[in-house]
Design a protein around this ligand. Sequence first.
Ligand code: HEC
Length: 182
Amino acid sequence: MDSFEFNKISGAVLGILLFMMGTGIVADFIFAGPKVKVEGYALPGAEETAAAPKAEASAEAAAPIAVRLRTADVARGQAGVKACAACHNFEKGTANKVGPVLWNIVERVKGSAEDFNYSAALKERVDKGEKWSYDNLDAFIANPKGYLKGTSMGYAGLADPAKRADIIAYLHSLSDEPAPLP
Ligand code: HEC
C-alpha cells in the first residue's frame, strides 16, 4: 500500500466518523425533548400532608361555601375526586370500599351508608341525627381529623377552598333529587 492510498483510506474513515458525529449532534438537536424539570412523581400523600397544616387557616380565610359554590364547577369536581376514589365509590348502587359510597351524600344523615362499619367518632354524630350539610362537608374535606377527631378516614385534607367547592358541587349532583343549593 503506498502512502497515497493509505491517505485515501484513512481520509475516508475519518470522513465517515465525522459524518456520524455530525448527524448525532443534529439528531440530538432535532429530537431533544423538553427537559424534565422534576423527576418522578409527587406522591399525593406527601403533598397533602404538607398542605394539611394550612387547611384550617385557609378554611377560615375562605369565602363561605355558599358563596364559593356559585363559581364551583361540577366537571372540575368530578376530576377532583380522583384522590377520593381510592377509597370511595360515587355511583348509585355501588359497593362500599375502604370508605362508604358517597352517592346522595349531601344532606344525608351522617354515617348512613348501608353495611359500612363507621368509626366510633362518626357513629356518635349518627346518634345525634346530624346531616352532612355544605358547611360540614367543607370542613370535613378540608381537614378530616380536625373536624372529626377519631375518624377512620385516612385522608390528610384538601387545603384549596375553590377545589373543595368544586368537589362539593359534584357531590351535590350525585342524587336523584339534588338538595337545594344554599
Ligand atoms: C384513605 C381512604 C379515604 C380517602 C382517600 C377519602 N376517604 Fe372519605 N372516608 C373514608 C373512610 C374510612 C370513611 C369513614 C369515616 C369514619 O367512619 O369515621 C370516610 C367517610 C367519608 C364521608 C362521610 C360518609 C358518611 O356516610 O357519613 C365523606 C363525606 C367522605 N368520606 C368524603 C371524602 C372525600 C370528598 C374525599 C376526597 C377529597 C375522601 N372522602 C377521601 C376513607 C377515605
